[in-house]
Design a binder for this molecule. Structure first.
Ligand SMILES: *[C@@H]1O[C@H](CO)[C@@H](O)[C@H](O)[C@H]1NC(C)=O
Ligand SMILES: *[C@@H]1O[C@H](CO)[C@@H](O)[C@H](O)[C@H]1NC(C)=O
Ligand SMILES: [Ca+2]
Length: 374
């Protein structure tokens, strides 16, 4: 008994004396990742690195050697290796170790539609795994580095080609809002392009109808369709949308950017779609957004950051109801992935049950004041 007590004192003495560095926590830590900051200006980062590599199982991910006093290492320690973290904290050259924090890009849209709107982070209930979202647009740039799941091509109604690409950029931007790693709502959804816009961004209802038809005939059942154009009334489009809805697909579309009653345009005029208007980060409806009784709900659409087609890491900011509709399409993918046995109508109900009422500023009395939110 006595011996055990003495040992315990020895252990606690040892550790209080030798734990020289502090371990700092952050609010939004990236698991297993830390920043190791050296004491003073004159520490040789390379020698500390060599020491850590030889005495611990720490993985060095990079060095920070600024002109000022900050000298640091970015490291990775598996959660099941507390010994390496202890050894690190005992190193006399180290001032403190801090958990690496997750930084969310300035993407107010994602922040607003999640479980905790307005807290600066995106916190969705799921990632859309296993769900397909068809992007009826200009295609998708497949070489972008920000895809988690490689996008596919279902069909190209402009050139008939079988190779996926995007020479206009609109489709890539909206697909990025649906499902890219950094800017996407449903980060693991399978994106599938249905190309109806040419390199100048123009399309026709005929191509859209062919696209909808291909999805109904060849597409994965119980998928989401994001429809990418707004135009004047055409009966054949109303009928094609009804067919796709009856076949079990959930169709999410932009309300249109004409600042008019959405009922005067398609696809919003159709009762077989969720037509989405756009809001701004100050909570007001975006002035270009269509409104009125055919616009079913609103989502962030002004100043939305997503992927571009210049190079594999390019991004760009766009504004419009086109940016709002893929947010709801992404939410549908997340909710459907969590409730795989639901029908399109049940997913539609879930989306409306979760929405926030009477919060969009600047809407007239004919409009549904419904804001998309998990
Ligand atoms: C979604 O639909 C809107 C318009 O209906 C369109 O502007 C946008 O590009 C589409 N997004 C995707 C990902 O297809
Ligand atoms: C859709 O447009 C048609 C043709 O303009 C019109 O007759 C109909 O009332 C519109 N539907 C809605 C729900 O407003
Ligand atoms: Ca949030």
């Amino acid at each position: 008994m006595m011996k055990v007590l003495v040992q315990m004192i020895a252990v606690s003495l040892c550790c209080e004396l030798t734990f020289t560095a502090r371990l700092l926590k952050v609010a939004n830590p990236l698991r297993e990742n830390y920043i190791v900051v050296m004491k003073g200006k004159h520490v040789d980062v390379d020698s500390v690195e060599t020491r850590l590599v030889s005495s611990t199982k720490v993985k060095i991910n990079g060095k920070i050697k600024g002109k000022g006093k900050m000298k640091a290492l970015r490291i990775e320690i598996p959660d099941d290796d507390p010994e390496s973290l202890e050894k690190l904290l005992q190193d006399p050259a180290i001032d403190y170790v801090e958990e690496d924090g997750v930084v969310t890009p300035d993407n107010w849209g994602l922040d607003e539609i999640d479980l905790t709107p307005g807290n600066g982070i995106y916190d969705p209930p799921g990632d859309g795994s296993g769900k397909t979202v068809y992007i009826i647009d200009s295609g998708i740039y497949p070489k972008h580095k920000d895809w988690d799941t490689s996008p596919k091509l279902l069909s190209n109604h402009v050139t008939g080609k079988k190779k996926l690409g995007d020479c206009y950029g609109h489709g890539t931007h909206v697909a990025g809002i649906v499902g890219s790693k950094t800017y996407g709502v449903a980060k693991k959804a399978q994106l599938s392009a249905v190309v109806v816009f040419d390199c100048d961004g123009s399309g026709t209802w005929g191509r859209v109808i062919s696209g909808l038809n291909t999805i109904v005939n060849e597409g994965v059942p119980d998928s989401i369709i994001n429809l990418s154009l707004a135009g004047s009334y055409a009966q054949a489009v109303v009928d094609a949308l009804a067919d796709a809805n009856d076949a079990g697909f959930l169709i999410v579309t932009a309300a249109g950017n004409a600042n008019v009653d959405g009922c005067t345009m398609l696809p919003a005029n159709s009762t077989d779609v969720i037509a989405v208007g756009a809001t701004m980060s100050d909570g007001y409806v975006w002035p270009g957004s269509n409104y009125g009784p055919c616009v079913d709900m609103y989502a962030p659409g002004a100043g939305i950051l997503s992927l571009d087609i210049q190079n594999p890491s390019s991004t760009t900011v766009k504004t419009g109801t086109s940016m709002a509709s893929p947010e709801v399409a992404g939410m549908a993918a997340v909710l459907w992935s969590l409730n795989p046995t639901y029908t399109n109508a049940q997913i539609r109900d879930l989306i409306f049950n979760d929405a926030i009422h009477d919060e969009v500023l600047g809407l007239d009395a004919t409009s549904h004041n419904v804001m998309a939110c998990f």
